[in-house]
Design a protein around this ligand. Structure first.
Ligand code: ADP
Ligand code: MG
Length: 253
């Protein structure tokens, strides 16, 4: 499959938890510079799919390819080093630490993934580079004014942007966002949508899990729909919106 255009190819991905089939032979692709939506009801297997792509969980079956190479089985550090970054459904910032310090953890992980303990023995030059990179990414998401505030004092929308800044420190080719708009106010959602579009315009690919359908429909190039772990549809936003199986499983009522 050398030279194929897809950045990420998930092929018959399967994940069992005991007797539960959380991800049931799911296949989909993310092309370069695409924003792809991954939607479905709670428990459909969306976050588990993220955990499979990022190597947090091993597959029970199937394969995952990135830039034409198999990445399943590599483990989270080596997958991150391939430049796949993610945010989590629940914000994972240290509330007492500043935005800058929180984001610097991401900058530190770049290039020496997994060596969290290494942060204790940085020389001054390395430390300057890491905080410089963190500050650049904070600026990129529009939080420069508040980078010295404790993360816990930020509005939820700002915390989500800070998490994205931390992920951006990995210089990702593919960014996975797990419900980034959940709980955000209208203006915060607009700022987030603008940021995602800007990242795409800079060449990044985005895989987006999100329940807010207006948000998903306005942003994505195509959409993958999961239900009880299985893919029940895939297609352009307009087609997904009027797909009877999708309406019944998810969009209806
Ligand atoms: P979604 O993100 O679409 O809401 P998840 O991927 O979180 O769904 O969960 C899919 C299914 O797998 C659910 O039934 C959930 O309870 C189950 N599940 C997820 N993670 C685990 C786990 N670590 N152990 C056991 N079951 C899990
Ligand atoms: Mg989830």
């Amino acid at each position: 499959d050398a030279g194929d255009g897809d950045l990420l190819r998930v092929q018959d991905a399967r994940r069992l938890f005991g007797g539960l089939v959380a991800v049931d032979n799911v296949s989909f692709e993310v092309g370069r510079g695409e924003i792809v939506g991954l939607i479905g009801p709670n428990g459909a297997g969306k976050s588990t799919t993220f955990n499979l792509v990022t190597g947090v969980l091993p597959l029970s079956g199937g394969e995952i390819h990135f830039e034409g190479e198999r990445i399943d089985g590599l483990g989270p550090e080596r997958i991150a080093a391939r430049r796949i970054a993610r945010t989590f459904q629940h914000v994972k910032l240290a509330p007492m630490m500043s935005v800058l310090e929180n984001v610097a953890i991401g900058a530190h992980l770049r290039g020496r993934a997994g060596m969290v303990s290494g942060i204790l023995r940085l020389d001054r030059e390395e430390e300057k580079n890491i905080f410089g990179e963190a500050a650049r990414q904070i600026e990129r998401v529009g939080l420069a004014d508040i980078m010295h505030q404790p993360a816990g004092s930020l509005a939820l929308g700002q915390q989500r942007l800070a998490e994205i800044a931390r992920a951006l420190c990995l210089d990702p080719k593919l960014l996975l966002l797990d419900e980034p708009a959940a709980g955000l106010r209208h203006l915060e959602k607009q700022a987030l949508a603008d940021l995602i579009r800007r990242l795409r315009d800079e060449g990044m690919s985005v895989l987006l899990v999100e329940h807010d359908m207006d948000f998903v429909m306005q942003l994505t190039d195509h959409i993958v729909v999961l239900n009880f772990g299985a893919r029940i549809a895939t297609g352009a936003p307009a087609d997904i919106q009027r797909n009877p199986a999708v309406v019944e499983a998810y969009l209806g009522s």
